[in-house]
Design a protein around this ligand. Structure first.
Ligand code: GLN
Length: 519
C-alpha cells in the first residue's frame, strides 16, 4: 500500500501545492486503500470515486497553470453520512433516508439514499480549500449510539481488532483515518461521537466549542449539543482542518465568527506549557473523571501521560466537578427530548422513504413510514424524548435536566477559574466486542460518562492517543484516548497543548503512531 496516506494532512497538501505529488495520485491511493479494507471494516457507506478523481485532476491542472491552491490541496477527506453532500447519497445511516428501502426488509442500499440539493457548509468549505471528498462514512443511525452498531446497513469494525467496535457514533470516520483510508475525516459530536471513536481507534478527534463551526447541512439530532468536528492522524492535521471549517455562517444562527487562523500549533512560538509571563500552565484532573467505571488499565495509561506533562513543566492539580456525576442522566433526557422534536420532519412526505397504500389516510403514512424507516434505538429515543416533554412529566424530567446542565456548566466555570485545561480519560474502557452491549442500552449510555460533561457545558474538547491498555474482557492491548478540555473558544490553547502532549508521548515511547494494525 502507498505510504502517502500515512502522512499528515498538512504535509500532503504541501506536497501537492509544490507539485511533488499529484492530487490524483493521492486520491487513487485513498480509493485503493478503501477497496482493500472497506469490506472488512465497514467504514464507508458510499465512495465518490468519479467525483473525487475529477476534483483531483482539476486541482492538478490548476497547479500546472500556476494557480495558488488551498490549505488542504489534494487531501482526501471522509465525511460522516450525517452531513449533506450535493448530489452524493446522504442517509445518516437510516432506512428512512433510502427511498426504496420499503420493498426489502433487509439490506437497504445506502447508494440509493437521499441526494441533497446542497452541500453542508463544512463540506463546501473543504471543497473551497481544495480537499477531496472521498466518500461518506458509516455511523450510528442519526448519530444515536456509541459503537456504530446502530447503523441501518452494517456495523463498522475496529482496525486494531475487527471483532471489536470502533466506537461511535462517527465510527466510520474514525476507522477511515485509523486504517489509513483517508488522512482526515469529518464527524459530529453531540455527546462524544468524535472523541470516543477517536480514542478507541487511536486517532486524534476534536469537538470544537458549541458555535465554532456551522451545522448547516448537519442532520439535526440534539440541536443544543450538536457540533461538527474533525478526525486526523495527528494534532496538526486536526488543527489545520479545523481552521478550514470554523467560522460563522448566516445559515446557522448559533455559529460565531471568531478568529481561527491561529490553530496550527506549528505557528505558535514558545513553550505551550507556559503562560507568556513564564508561569506554568495549570492542568486540572477532575476526581470524578477517574472514578465512574474507568477501567484500571485506562486510568493507568491516562495518569502515565499526565505524568509526562508534569515532568515537562505543567502544574497538575486535582479539581472536582461534582455535578458531572449526573451528566449521563441529564444528557439522555435532554438529547432524547430534542431528538423527538428534530426527527418529526421524517414524515414520508417531503423526502426519503414513503410507505403508504393508495387511499389510506395521512396518519397511516406517518405511522408506516416511521415504523418501517427508523431503527430500534431511534424509536426508543423518540419515545423517551416525547415522554420527558409530555405534560405532567416535563417538570420532573426535562426542566430538572436543564437545571443539572446549568450546574455542570457552573462546575466548568469554577474549574476554569483555577486551571487552564482539564485532563481526563476519553472513554472509561477500551474498545469492546461487537454485540457486547447491544441488548443493554443503559450499559451503552454509561460508556459516554467521560465525554458528556464537556458537551453539556458547550466547551471544546479533544482526544489524543495516549498508549495502550489490555481490555477488561481479555485480549491484546488496545488504544486509550486522553481527553483535554478547554474553556469556550480556547481551541488555539487546546490544540497547541495537545500537540505538545503528542510530542511528549511520542518521545516517551508511550504511543507509537503510524503503527496501526493492518485489517
Ligand atoms: N453516544 C451518545 C449518544 O448515543 C453521543 C452520540 C453523539 O455524540 N452523536 O447519544
Amino acid at each position: 500500500m502507498s505510504d502517502l496516506l500515512q502522512r499528515s494532512a498538512p504535509e500532503l497538501a504541501a506536497l501537492v501545492s509544490s507539485g511533488q505529488v499529484g492530487a490524483e495520485e493521492i486520491t487513487r491511493a485513498s480509493l485503493d486503500a478503501i477497496d482493500a479494507s472497506n469490506g472488512a471494516l465497514g467504514a464507508f457507506l458510499t465512495v465518490s470515486r468519479d467525483a473525487a478523481l475529477a476534483a483531483a485532476r482539476s486541482i492538478d491542472e490548476r497547479r500546472k497553470r500556476g494557480e495558488p491552491l488551498g490549505k488542504l490541496a489534494g487531501v482526501p477527506v471522509a465525511v460522516k453520512d450525517a452531513l449533506a453532500t450535493k448530489d452524493a447519497p446522504t442517509t445518516a445511516a437510516s432506512r428512512i433516508l433510502v427511498p426504496g428501502a420499503s420493498t426489502s426488509d433487509q439490506g437497504a442500499d445506502p447508494r440509493a439514499g437521499y441526494l441533497p440539493p446542497y452541500d453542508a457548509t463544512v463540506v463546501a468549505k473543504l471543497r473551497a480549500a481544495d480537499a477531496i471528498i472521498i466518500g461518506k462514512t458509516n455511523m450510528d443511525e442519526f448519530a444515536m449510539g456509541s459503537s456504530t452498531e446502530n447503523s441501518a446497513f452494517f456495523p463498522a469494525r475496529n482496525p486494531h481488532d475487527p471483532t471489536r467496535i470502533p466506537g461511535g457514533s462517527s465510527g466510520g470516520s474514525a476507522v477511515a483515518v485509523a486504517a489509513n483510508m483517508a488522512p482526515l475525516a469529518l464527524g459530529s459530536d453531540t455527546g462524544g461521537s468524535i472523541r470516543q471513536p477517536a480514542a478507541l481507534t487511536g486517532v486524534v478527534g476534536v469537538k470544537p466549542t458549541y458555535g465554532r463551526v456551522s451545522r448547516y447541512g448537519l442532520f439535526a439530532f440534539a440541536s443544543s449539543l450538536d457540533q461538527v468536528g474533525v478526525f486526523a492522524r495527528d494534532v496538526r492535521g486536526a488543527a489545520v482542518s479545523l481552521e478550514v471549517i470554523a467560522g460563522g455562517d448566516q445559515h446557522d444562527a448559533t455559529s460565531e465568527d471568531r478568529p481561527s487562523a491561529v490553530f496550527d500549533p506549528a505557528s505558535f512560538k514558545g513553550d505551550p506549557l507556559k503562560h507568556a509571563d513564564g508561569r506554568p500552565l495549570r492542568i486540572g484532573i477532575a476526581r470524578e473523571s477517574l472514578e465512574a467505571g474507568v477501567e484500571p488499565a485506562v486510568r493507568a495509561a491516562v495518569l502515565a501521560a499526565a505524568n509526562e506533562l508534569a515532568k515537562a513543566g505543567a502544574d497538575l492539580v486535582e479539581v472536582s466537578l461534582p455535578s458531572t456525576r449526573f451528566g449521563v442522566a441529564a444528557y439522555y433526557v435532554l438529547a432524547t427530548a430534542e431528538a423527538s422534536s428534530n426527527l418529526a420532519r421524517y414524515d414520508g412526505v417531503r423526502y426519503g422513504l414513503r410507505v403508504h397504500e393508495r387511499g389510506e389516510p395521512l396518519d397511516q403514512l406517518y405511522k408506516k413510514t416511521r415504523g418501517r424507516g427508523f431503527g430500534r434505538e431511534v424509536k426508543r429515543r423518540i419515545i423517551l424524548g416525547t415522554f420527558v416533554l409530555s405534560a405532567g412529566y416535563y417538570d420532573a424530567y426535562y426542566r430538572r435536566a436543564q437545571k443539572v446542565r446549568t450546574l455542570i456548566k457552573g462546575d466548568f466555570d469554577r474549574a476554569f477559574s483555577e486551571v487552564d485545561l482539564l485532563l481526563s480519560p476519553t472513554s472509561p474502557t477500551v474498545a469492546f466486542k461487537l454485540g457486547a452491549k447491544t441488548q443493554d442500552p443503559l450499559a451503552m449510555y454509561l460508556g459516554d460518562v467521560c465525554t458528556l460533561p464537556a458537551s453539556l457545558a458547550g466547551v471544546p474538547a479533544l482526544s489524543i492517543p495516549c498508549g495502550l491498555a489490555a481490555p477488561g474482557d481479555g485480549g491484546p492491548p488496545l488504544p486509550v484516548g486522553l481527553q483535554l478540555t478547554a474553556p469556550a473558544f480556547e481551541e488555539a490553547l487546546l490544540l497547541r497543548v495537545a500537540a505538545r502532549v503528542e510530542g511528549l508521548l511520542d518521545a516517551s515511547g508511550l504511543v507509537r503512531r503510524n503503527a496501526e494494525a493492518a485489517p
